[in-house]
Design a protein around this ligand. Structure first.
Ligand SMILES: NC(=O)c1ccc[n+]([C@@H]2O[C@H](COP(=O)([O-])OP(=O)(O)OC[C@H]3O[C@@H](n4cnc5c(N)ncnc54)[C@H](O)[C@@H]3O)[C@@H](O)[C@H]2O)c1
Length: 259
């Protein structure tokens, strides 16, 4: 029997990268996984892959930047399954731009998805979890939220805010037995990084893949990350093993940031 047997989980951005890896991992542990993504075709493909492997999953179209859609998604899931046990706020977008050149529109685009979207989906999920007096909320921060970067300022600010939201919601939900934590990955080889690598290249003139390779230098564990590296911690934070842990952000970055 898996550690997430009979649990209902929503994972945003689960059509790709780490969201997909976590969806496959949660399904292997027995959860029903709702794959919620802007990319419905990709979400359907991940749900199908899970079902082919004997797991349980469904796909839903979601633009997390729209709080109305987030509220409706949670209501639909609770109507269909009777409860919501786990929310993984994974959907996120990046921006490589100098401090001087970042526009208000770009700032809003990053914050609408990474911060506002995450906050209001969390707010919606808190509703059934408060009534149940149980639940697990896990958000994707980043080591970018632990330290500044000259060309990544809006994204860094958005991920630092994810760490802050995690602490506030953890305090608000602690009396209801809901655990709220976050993960901070480092340099993960996903489609997200391909786009980031391209944007860096446009500014610095570096060839394709060069920024990613450069980022690998100096990682104490000697390599960049793959999407599967976050899965064991994501399962732990969704399981009963984490019942006495809340408000924390865990680095999963090969030792890049040590304090
Ligand atoms: N890749 C890295 O190096 C890295 C490092 C630290 C943190 N992160 C964070 O981890 C999370 C996942 O990143 P990834 O690398 O797996 O990315 P990815 O690009 O592979 O996947 C992101 C998914 O989110 C979906 N998405 C984007 N905007 C959305 C929206 N408005 N509503 C719903 N879905 C949306 C995309 O369709 C995609 O399926 C992000 O929050 C990212 O900021 C990534």
């Amino acid at each position: 029997m898996g550690t997430l047997e009979n649990k209902i989980a929503i994972i945003t951005g689960a059509a790709s990268g780490m969201g997909k890896a976590m969806a496959l991992g949660y399904a292997r542990e027995g959860a029903h996984v709702v794959i919620a993504d802007l990319n419905l075709e990709g979400a359907n493909a991940v749900a199908e892959e899970i079902k082919q492997a004997g797991g349980s999953a469904s796909a839903k179209a979601l633009n997390v930047a729209n709080p109305e859609e987030s509220k409706a998604l949670v209501e639909d899931v609770v109507k269909e399954h009777g409860h919501l046990d786990i929310l993984v706020n994974n959907a996120g977008i990046g921006l490589i731009k100098s401090v001087q050149e970042t526009t208000p529109q770009e700032w809003d685009r990053i914050f609408n998805v990474n911060v506002k979207g995450l906050f209001f989906l969390t707010q919606a999920a808190c509703e059934p979890m408060r009534k149940q007096r149980s639940g697990k909320i896990i958000s994707m921060a980043s080591i970018a939220g632990r330290r500044g970067e000259a060309l990544v300022s809006a994204y860094c600010a958005s991920k630092a805010t994810v760490i802050s939201i995690t602490q506030s919601v953890a305090m608000a939900m602690a009396p209801y037995g809901v655990n709220v934590n976050a993960m901070a990955p480092g340099i993960v080889d996903t489609p997200y990084w391909k786009e980031v690598d391209k944007q860096f290249g446009e500014i610095t003139g570096k060839a394709e893949g060069e920024t990613f390779q450069d980022a690998a230098h100096g990682i104490p564990l000697g390599r960049t990350s793959v999407a599967d590296d976050v899965v064991p911690l994501a399962i732990f934070l969704a399981s009963a093993g984490s019942d006495y842990i809340t408000g924390q952000t865990y680095n999963v970055e090969g030792g890049m940031v040590m304090s």
